[in-house]
Ligand binder design. Structure first.
Ligand SMILES: [Zn+2]
Length: 303
């Protein structure tokens, strides 16, 4: 895998390798090639992959995938962070940090989350937001295509296409392009758009993918809690994320008791992986039209 940025990195929290110990100890194998092998093996075990714009997005939006793999020997979660985090807001302890220092802090925080969540690997692609948002820049697309090929995940989580953060939407679009650049048999089986900078509560219930997230609430709280540089400035993403899940679980069904205590919603983006499928804007527009029709129909009925 040849990623486009010199500073790109694949972090493997358990440093796992299935290599024959004899072979690993063989002095004739250069450290760089051993490392490449270790990375290839860590990515190849992936079952669930999540692609987010920033450090902390995956822990907010893709908990279903993290929990599906937590403590399971045959399921592995790999996270991909597309931007470097250099331009992040900063306050308090981090107020005087340069962009470079901030980037290092955010990478360390993401590595802490990967350790706590027992991820198989985290890939830092290290693009700037401007680069990701530039449709003419093919580097994020080719990087993501390489990761998809190395990991061959069955399920992929990313930002939903109605998110209000332009970098989030751009990441989802680049990922869709990357998946569609692969032969159909190498594409993921399922692609899900998730919640960060806009809930999906507005979608019709029949359209929602419901992620039930009751397991390991302690781990979920830790995962959003390690991103101190983002929380220290007064943005309580940790509390907001856990609160959103609790609110979704309660408000999902008005006439039934709660089937889950913690819920996130997803938008099924799988049709976008098909050559004959809709365009991203057509898929989102169809969801918005069904929502509008649902609200209109209730008002007409009760007027
Ligand atoms: Zn983000």
């Amino acid at each position: 895998m040849e990623l486009s940025k010199r500073t790109a990195e694949v972090h493997v929290p358990d440093g796992a390798t299935d290599a024959d110990p004899q072979q690993a100890a063989d002095l004739h194998v250069a450290p760089a090639s051993r490392r490449r092998q270790e990375v290839a093996e860590a990515l190849a075990r992936t079952t669930h992959l999540a692609v987010g714009a920033h450090q902390d997005d995956l822990e907010i939006m893709a908990l279903e995938g993290i929990l599906a793999c937590f403590g399971k020997p045959d399921a592995w979660f790999t996270g991909v962070i597309v931007t470097s985090g250099a331009g992040s807001p900063r306050d308090g302890l981090y107020e005087a940090y340069t962009d470079e220092q901030m980037q290092a802090v955010r990478r360390t925080e993401q590595q802490k989350a990967a350790f706590v969540g027992e991820y198989g690997a985290v890939v830092f692609l290290d693009h700037s937001s401007a680069e990701v948002k530039d449709p003419a820049n093919r580097c994020p697309v080719t990087d993501l295509a390489q990761v998809l090929l190395a990991a061959r995940p069955s399920v992929v989580y990313t930002h939903n296409l109605a998110d209000k953060h332009p970098t989030h939407v751009a990441v989802a679009l680049r990922l869709i392009e990357a998946a569609r650049s692969l032969p159909p048999e190498a594409r993921p089986k399922r692609l899900l758009g998730c919640e960060v900078w806009r809930d999906l509560d507005w979608m019709c219930d029949t359209d929602k993918v419901v992620f039930r997230l009751d397991a390991h609430e302690n781990i979920a709280a830790s995962l959003v809690g390690v991103f101190d540089s983002q929380i220290a400035g007064g943005k309580r993403y940790d509390l907001a994320t856990m609160g959103r899940r609790r609110a979704h679980a309660t408000y999902l069904e008005s006439h039934a008791t709660d089937a889950a205590q913690l819920v996130n919603f997803g938008m099924d983006l799988t049709p976008l992986l098909s050559d004959a499928g809709p365009s991203p804007s057509e898929l989102v527009a169809a969801h918005i039209e069904r929502f509008a029709e649902d609200v209109r129909a209730t008002l007409v009925k009760l007027a």
